[in-house]
Design a binder for this molecule. Structure first.
Ligand SMILES: Cc1cc2nc3c(=O)[nH]c(=O)nc-3n(C[C@H](O)[C@H](O)[C@H](O)COP(=O)(O)OP(=O)(O)OC[C@H]3O[C@@H](n4cnc5c(N)ncnc54)[C@H](O)[C@@H]3O)c2cc1C
Ligand code: SF4
Ligand code: SF4
Ligand code: SF4
Length: 381
């Protein structure tokens, strides 16, 4: 796989101002839309408040500015949206590592055509659930959550800003010690740079006002060259020191996640947890790598009784597990939606890791080993 590094910044002053780092991502999207290379850009914009990130399809490049910046309370996923609504469209999309991991799994299942998507990756230290975000600001910042106008994560702190420019930050570590901060799955997530995306963008190793970009494949290289040649971004080479600094932070973040894995994987979900399951199907419906839809085994009459009662927790989760144990991307969505507070993502992620220990396969990351059941070879056969 091709891999090179570049620092980039927008040549549009409004985008540079609005962007999280150098506004390179927004400008690259603008280039793709203006040139008619894509039909739309799928990105995120703030909704009713800063704790609300709304996935949005932009088709007029003038509107892209409303999506610039990083929304850390937006644990939304793009995979389902692309395969459900835009499978036959040319789309550029911003992707966190769990987005691209699930997309990669869907590409392997021929549900998303890689030729139809430009994947612009964002490195990811983690997302905070919107509700937790509001609660922790109330509790730890002594600030009314409604008074916050923006948030950012910098140097290990979750920082909020008020309308008068005042900022207050609290260490994420301290918030997490008290059960707040990043979502549980993010705390144990060890894929921090989306290397399956065409490019991976971030602030690690970047100079102020620039976006650090890792170019992952030829499509990514062509995109950067074309956006620069068309005057949308300027680029320069990062110093060796910047590259090293970035790699060091990535290593530290991975070690921290592995510590959390060691601490949490031991807590296997107990039977009383599973027994709380009411078979509401929410975890299945939200899962970006569950794709059988109407053919799902869980809808089959032999798994429901004459009153149409859903399968028992054991059958329900057993079937899900038989699919998820090799394809779970630890996106945490199932746990976010579970009305019975069952740590669903923890168990599926743990099973994926066990599967990896035996086969070397990491869902949405591994290239050279095909997942079972859904490999292209099987489809061809
Ligand atoms: C939740 C989160 C955590 C991050 N953590 C790190 C980190 O630890 N280390 C690091 O190096 N970089 C991290 N980044 C990436 C960094 O913050 C910048 O997004 C990146 O450097 C690009 O900057 P830019 O100015 O070029 O992007 P911009 O021009 O500001 O464009 C950013 C694009 O990302 C989209 N976006 C914003 N929030 C989300 C979201 N939640 N999900 C999907 N798309 C989104 C926006 O809609 C926009 O299209 C994180 C980003 C996010 C969203
Ligand atoms: S699971 Fe990983 S990639 Fe996804 S939001 Fe959490 S930290 Fe980011
Ligand atoms: S099982 Fe849960 S954590 Fe795993 S990919 Fe599906 S929704 Fe995400
Ligand atoms: S979301 Fe929770 S309660 Fe609903 S089916 Fe899944 S595990 Fe059971």
């Amino acid at each position: 796989m091709l891999m090179s590094y570049v620092l980039a910044k927008s040549k549009d002053s409004a985008i540079l101002e609005a962007g999280e780092c150098g506004g390179a991502v927004t400008s690259i999207f603008k280039y793709l839309l203006d040139e008619g290379i894509v039909d739309g850009v799928l990105a995120v914009r703030p909704g009713v408040d800063i704790y609300d990130g709304v996935p949005t399809l932009i088709t007029d490049s003038e509107d892209l500015i409303s999506t610039a910046s990083s929304y850390h309370c937006a644990p939304t996923l793009m995979t389902d949206l692309i395969q459900t609504y835009f499978a036959d469209k040319k789309i550029a999309v911003s992707v966190k590592p769990c987005d691209i991991r699930s997309m990669d799994e869907m590409m392997k299942r021929h549900k998303i055509n890689p030729d139809n998507v430009y994947t612009v990756g964002l490195n990811c230290g983690g997302t905070v659930s919107p509700i937790t975000g509001r609660q922790m600001i109330d509790l730890f910042y002594d600030i009314n959550p409604d008074d916050v106008v923006s948030e950012e994560i910098d140097k290990g702190q979750f920082i909020v800003e008020l309308a008068d420019g005042t900022e207050k930050g609290v260490k994420i570590h301290d918030l997490e010690e008290e059960g707040y901060g990043r979502r549980n799955n993010c705390q144990r997530c060890s894929v921090k740079i989306p290397r399956k995306a065409n490019i991976a963008c971030g602030n690690w190793g970047a100079e102020d006002g620039w976006t650090f970009i890792e170019i992952n494949d030829e499509k990514g290289q062509e995109l950067i060259d074309a956006a620069r040649n068309a005057g949308y971004i300027e680029t320069k080479n990062p110093s060796e020191k910047s590259i090293e600094a970035r790699s060091k932070v990535e290593g530290i973040m991975i070690k921290m996640s592995e510590k959390v894995q060691d601490a949490t994987y031991v807590d296997t979900v107990a039977m009383e947890d599973w027994n709380r399951c009411i078979g509401c199907y929410a975890c299945r419906d939200i899962c970006p790598v569950c794709w059988c839809f109407e053919n799902c085994e869980l809808n089959k009459p032999y798994f429901k009784d004459e009153l149409n009662i859903p399968p028992s927790p054991i059958a329900f989760q057993g079937i899900r597990l038989s699919h998820m144990s090799f394809s779970c991307c630890n996106c945490g969505q199932c746990e976010d939606v579970c009305p019975m507070d069952i740590p669903v993502s923890l168990i599926f992620d743990k099973m994926q890791k066990k599967y990896c220990e035996r086969t070397g396969y990491v869902a949405g990351v591994t290239d050279d080993i095909k997942p079972p059941l859904y490999s292209p070879e099987k489809t061809e056969l």
